[in-house]
Write a new protein. Structure first.
Length: 240
């Protein structure tokens, strides 16, 4: 497998082509961003820490029967993934009310939810990822009714696998964001989980103390960002 040209540079990862058109390399950089790219920094060890956490979580999800784009770790900061055509939708699951949901409805952060709440957002930094519903997605052509149903079903399957994984490590999985797409090798087949699962895209609170162990440490200037990411890795058993 040969690494070829850069295809896309996101806020924290760069994607490279390979000699196989259906396989890409995801390179995790040390960059961190928040508020749709407005707040930017570099954090030592972030790339390799997230590469390793992502690989471990994607493995657990595959074990739980969730198809993912992840193939294998290549080196400290790179993993091989299936090339995907991604839907422009972010799927958020909330087990505890926090972040934008707390603000939007005037509910105190930390309020437990009777059952998980599922939200869709349009993926657009320029529009600040606006909340949207099934009708917006279907009627505006961002995804079909069948894809919406698959995103919901897969997301609930992810929650059933990950909430206990983090709970076993003394961590509350408060909320997280998932992105789905179709492998370019099977464009008409079922949806597959893409992007990443790392502390950049979820909220993780220590179950006992409530301490934040995720990117809110960066957003809210709490310090010790990567120290806490690495603590998450150790506690869930992801090799660093
Ligand atoms: P929110 O409270 O800002 O809506 O975010 C909910 C969860 O989704 C939180 O864990 C962060 C994650 N998220 C991202 O990773 N990227 C995004 O662009 C957004 C909007 C949320
Ligand atoms: N992921 C988005 C950004 O990097 C939003 C956030 O995490 O606050 O800007």
């Amino acid at each position: 497998m040969e690494k070829r040209q850069e295809l896309y540079r996101g806020k924290a990862k760069t994607v490279y082509a390979t000699d196989d058109p259906h396989r890409l390399i995801m390179h995790y950089r040390d960059d961190v961003s928040a508020f749709d790219g407005v707040k930017l920094a570099k954090l030592d060890l972030k790339g390799e820490t997230n590469n390793k956490i992502n690989a471990f979580v994607m493995g657990k999800l595959a074990d739980a029967g969730v198809a993912t784009h992840f193939l294998r770790v290549l080196n400290e900061r790179e993993s091989l993934v299936k090339a995907m055509k991604m839907l422009p939708i972010e799927c958020v699951v909330r087990n505890v009310c926090a972040g934008s949901m707390a603000k939007r409805y005037g509910i105190e952060e930390g309020t437990r939810l009777r059952e998980p709440i599922f939200e869709f957002f349009l993926k657009s930094d320029a529009l600040h990822d606006p909340l949207c519903n099934d009708d917006h997605i279907r009627v505006l052509g961002w995804a079909s009714a069948g894809e919406i149903a698959q995103m919901r079903a897969l997301t609930h399957k992810v929650n059933a696998a990950l909430a206990p994984l983090f709970a076993g490590a003394g961590i509350d999985l408060v909320d997280y964001k998932l992105e789905f797409g179709h492998p370019t090798a099977d464009p008409a087949g079922p949806l597959v989980l893409g992007d990443e699962f790392t502390p950049d895209g979820c909220r993780l609170w220590d179950s006992r103390t409530g301490e934040k162990l995720d990117k809110d440490r960066f957003r809210r200037d709490l310090g010790q960002v990567i120290e806490r990411y690495r603590e998450v890795a150790r506690r869930i058993g992801a090799p660093l």
